[in-house]
Design a binder for this molecule. Structure first.
Ligand SMILES: C[S@@+](CC[C@H](N)C(=O)[O-])C[C@H]1O[C@@H](n2cnc3c(N)ncnc32)[C@H](O)[C@@H]1O
Length: 287
């Protein structure tokens, strides 16, 4: 068996990467390095400057590597998920923001740049607050509201709003509620959403199945249950001519746009992520 912690840092990290690879972790070397950087309190880019882990850190590192080998998400172990320019606090009870969602934010920012100053943005299914906070961070002069139904997720979002100091107003609410954000109805410029969209029964990785909250994952038999209520909510909230963007699974590049096309939206389009896979649909509320 490989012992983690009895060699120089380079050997320790290599042994950890071997352990993680054997456990089926998708990016073993990266995760081994990130965990080492975490116990040392350094950015990963500074690891090359360290000869070996101090004894206390070595013990902690070995524990974290075992947890990662048991498929606890890396971000739950470090407590942080990078999303665009932000380091967001995450852990049990909240969905770990994914890099794929960053392209939806790119699109949203490009739209916001063309809107009136003080544009009104609503992010539905907010989770950690990733999308709402990134828009508030990178767009100037926007007003951002974020809606989340689950209490635990909302607590993580509140923590991220507090630590970033970004101007996002959080609301606890259900996207399916016809009275959701009623005072804003018909006035919103842009609605974004990364809803749960996995069809019930689909296979997912252990990290996802065991650690992302079920409410963040499952979207009913065809995966589109929450997408359909997001479409209804966006229709109520947006002003005429307002825009909506909704993330979806690779296989939903036709079915999610169809939800909007059938409901009579204009300019329905689908967009790929950086890997070229269908990733989010957009549409404009008829003027
Ligand atoms: C896939 S996660 C996305 C979180 C975050 N927007 C992100 O991109 O990282 C979906 C989120 O939607 C929330 N959610 C699910 N159904 C909801 C509903 N009906 N109303 C409001 N939030 C809901 C879940 O609790 C979860 O936090």
């Amino acid at each position: 068996m490989t012992t983690i912690g009895d060699a120089g840092l380079r050997g320790t990290v290599a042994a950890a990467a071997t352990r993680l690879a054997a456990a089926g972790v998708a990016s073993p070397r990266y995760d081994a390095e990130e965990l080492a950087a975490h116990v040392l309190g350094l950015p990963r880019s500074r690891l090359a400057l360290v000869d070996r882990l101090p004894a206390a850190a070595a013990g902690r590192y070995a524990e974290l590597v075992e947890q990662r080998a048991a498929r606890v998400p890396l971000q739950h172990l470090t407590g942080v998920a990078g999303f665009r320019r932000l380091d967001l606090a995450v852990g049990p009870g909240v969905f770990v923001p994914r890099p794929e969602t960053e392209v939806l934010v790119d699109w949203a920012l490009a739209q916001v740049a063309q809107l009136r100053p003080g544009a009104l943005v609503v992010d539905l299914c907010a989770g950690s607050g990733a999308v709402a906070l990134a828009i508030a961070d990178e767009a100037s002069g926007v007003t951002v509201h974020a809606v989340e139904r689950e209490e635990h997720a909302l607590a993580w979002a509140a923590r991220n709003v507090a630590t970033t100091g970004l101007p996002v107003t959080l609301h606890r609410g259900d996207v399916a509620d016809p009275a959701l954000l009623a005072p804003l109805a018909g006035t919103v410029d842009l609605v974004t959403a990364n809803p749960p969209y996995i069809p019930v029964g689909a296979a997912v990785e252990r990290e996802v199945a065991e650690h992302d909250p079920p409410a963040a994952l499952w979207g009913g038999e065809d995966g589109l249950d929450v997408v359909r209520v997001v479409e209804r909510a966006a229709a109520r909230l947006l002003r005429p001519g307002g825009l909506v963007a909704v993330e979806h699974a690779d296989a939903q590049g036709k079915s999610v746009p169809a939800v909007f096309a059938r409901a009579g939206w204009a300019e329905v389009a689908d967009h790929p992520d950086l890997a070229g896979r269908p990733r989010f649909a957009t549409a404009r509320r008829l003027p």
